[in-house]
Design a protein around this ligand. Structure first.
Ligand code: NAP
Length: 280
């Protein structure tokens, strides 16, 4: 890669951001397609989102990824209903989720998208050969990522999306995203799922479990969207009980592939992106 005066800039904002795998994934995609783009990680402190978005406009940054803790703040600032930001907008998914993880700069108008749910469903299909159509799904958690999963699983034709979360009100709001197929459930429903997915951070410490693994059964697909560690305690225990498993790296690569396509209008080199995610 050689960066010149003509190189187009894309970036990710978050805090913390130095551990991010996104620069490797997106720069691998630009290299594989021969696009003269470069992608960098920018640490943006909480509360600085309006300034950062003005910077995106001023600097002509063509594509922006958004991660913790800024996804909601970016959605609020790009909402066209705010007259101060007329011309900006949100995709239907970002509007329903009130969260943005991908921004495209169309001649100074910033459009917010949410590619997390599409990335997860693409990973289910490509990495686990699992089609959510007609499936019973159990989602653990009701935060930003869980909400994206619930919306996408319902959109992909899941028969039922059961949300299990320690805070009931958040579970209800998340389940509502799946319309008539969403419901709040308890851990006693886990065995009924064809797919069980952990969308809580429980397991990032390498030891904690989001449920008693004896609730799992062979034949289920157990997914964990945690990226680090790559094999979480849940996945280890699920595998020991004969379940199929799927980690979070595929979702990370596939949501970046969707962003790449939104920014560039080109088909994403998904295999190169997945390989870069794994190499990190
Ligand atoms: P979030 O908005 O903070 O939501 C966290 C959810 O987990 C909430 O529902 C919370 O329950 C629940 N939770 C947190 N700690 C818990 C505990 N000790 N016991 C039980 N429940 C607990 O976080 P998020 O943005 O959705 O992220 C969740 C995870 O997904 C993180 O590990 C993140 O790294 C990962 N993620 C991965 C990808 C990917 O591409 N693979 C993308 C996005 C996120 P309450 O509602 O009761 O607080």
């Amino acid at each position: 890669m050689s960066v010149t005066g003509r190189t187009t800039l894309a970036a990710v904002i978050g805090d913390p951001i130095r551990h991010s795998r996104s620069p490797q994934i997106l720069n691998a995609a630009f290299a594989a397609t021969g696009l003269d783009w470069v992608y960098v990680a920018l640490e943006v402190a909480e509360g600085r989102v309006p300034a950062a978005l003005e910077g995106v406009r001023a600097l002509g940054i063509a594509g922006l990824s958004v991660t913790m803790p800024h996804k909601t703040a970016v959605a609020v600032h790009l909402d066209r209903h705010d007259p101060a930001y007329e011309g900006d907008d949100l995709s239907p998914e970002a509007r329903r989720l009130r969260a943005v993880n991908c921004v495209v700069n169309r001649d100074g108008a910033l459009i917010g998208h949410n590619t997390d749910g599409a990335g997860f469903v693409a990973s289910l299909r490509a990495d686990a050969g699992f089609d959510p159509a007609g499936a019973r799904c159990v989602v653990l958690g009701a935060g930003g990522a869980a909400r994206a999963l619930v919306l996408a699983l319902a959109g992909a034709g899941a028969d039922e999306v059961a949300v299990v979360n320690r805070t009931g009100s958040s579970a209800e709001a998340a389940a509502a995203l799946a319309g008539g197929r969403g419901r709040v459930a308890g851990l006693d429903q886990v065995a009924k799922g064809d797919l069980v997915v952990n969308a809580t951070p429980v397991g990032m410490d390498g030891t904690s479990l989001p449920l008693d693994p004896d609730l799992l059964r062979g034949g289920q697909l157990v997914a964990d969207i945690i990226v680090e560690p790559v094999v979480t305690p849940l996945l280890r225990e699920a595998e020991a009980r004969g379940a199929r498993t799927l980690g979070g790296l595929g979702m990370l690569a596939h949501q970046a592939a969707v962003a790449f396509e939104i920014w560039t209008g080109r088909t994403a080199p998904v295999e190169a992106m997945v390989a870069a995610a794994r190499q990190h």
